[in-house]
Design a protein around this ligand. Structure first.
Ligand code: BV8
Length: 231
């Protein structure tokens, strides 16, 4: 498998053991709001302060969590794998980045970035954001979280589908298979590709995978990386 082309998809479950809540475990609730009701353009238009607060709280929590053994194992795999490897994460946290992953796409955006509503510049944003926040590039635009909300088009979709259509191995880690288009990626790989799901419990799309390994990411992912590097 040495020159194999890998695509790895991660979800909230890979960050759970770092202490970040997953969406389903919190039954998708935040301050009595369903996430789907806060993470939408309509919510931002209706009550921007609520949405700013939702993301400020989650951005702040990044300061008190660290990448775990699963994030680190994927970074080590990227550093040593001779073939192509693309890591696609649905997570908006920065734990893959801090673990050292570089060939990494945040298809749902990033907590530590903002986007200008005027000039559309993508901004590094590490502090709280509110309606008084202004774009440092055009000096006048209001700023929104650089997050892909529900009903918005995820980022880098062309690059992702290109990689899926050519891959030899597709691995989904810690994702429940609720959210599309990510949940449909396993259907986009070639028939010859090997597919593997690593999860605490079977996802909604587990039946589409050839192999499922059940357990916590901090155990399954380092073992998976060891197996791969030994074959
Ligand atoms: C799109 C950023 C068109 C926000 C996120 C009706 C109306 C409108 C749209 C739709 C509709 N029906 C379906 C849709 C599409 C919609 C969708 O899928 N809705 C769902 C709710 C039904 N999708 C969209 O709107 C997307 N856009 O469709 O545009 C399009 C389509 C194709 C091509 C072009 C355009 C946009 C979706 C992006 C939304 N933004 N995030 C934010 O983070 O605040 S999604 C958000 O929820 C996360 O990013 C993440 O992706 C998702 C949660 O999923 P998971 O990561 O899987 O997390 P979850 O909690 O669900 O599961 C955790 C898993 O971990 C579990 O399986 C658990 O067992 C496991 N686990 C737990 N602990 C561990 C573990 N595993 C291992 N170890 C552990 N320790």
């Amino acid at each position: 498998m040495a020159s194999a082309r890998l695509v790895i998809l991660t979800g909230a479950g890979i960050s759970a053991e770092s202490g970040l809540r997953t969406f389903r475990a919190a039954d998708g609730l935040w301050e009595e709001h369903r996430v789907e009701d806060v993470a939408t353009p309509e919510a931002f238009r209706r009550d921007p302060e609520l949405v700013y607060r939702f993301y400020n709280e989650r951005r702040r929590s990044l300061a008190s969590v660290e990448p775990n053994a699963a994030h680190r194992a994927l970074a080590q795999l990227e550093a040593t794998w001779p073939g192509e490897l693309l890591l696609v994460t649905q997570n908006v946290d920065d734990l893959h980045d801090r673990a050292g992953s570089r060939n990494l796409l945040h298809m749902h955006g990033e907590l530590k970035k903002g986007r200008c509503l005027g000039c559309e510049a993508i901004l590094v944003w590490e502090t709280d954001m509110d309606r008084a926040s202004r774009c440092p590039v055009c000096a006048q635009g209001r700023v929104r979280p650089h997050i892909v909300w529900f009903h918005e088009v995820p980022l880098d979709m062309d690059r992702i589908y290109d990689a899926l259509e050519r891959c030899d191995l597709f691995v989904a880690i810690g994702t429940s298979g609720h959210v599309y288009p990510a949940a449909g990626f396993v259907q986009a790989v070639p028939p010859r590709a090997r597919t593997l799901e690593l999860n605490l419990e079977p996802s909604l799309v587990a039946s589409a995978f050839q192999e499922i390994r059940q357990g916590p990411a901090t155990e399954l992912v380092p073992a998976f990386v060891r197996d791969l590097l030994e074959t």
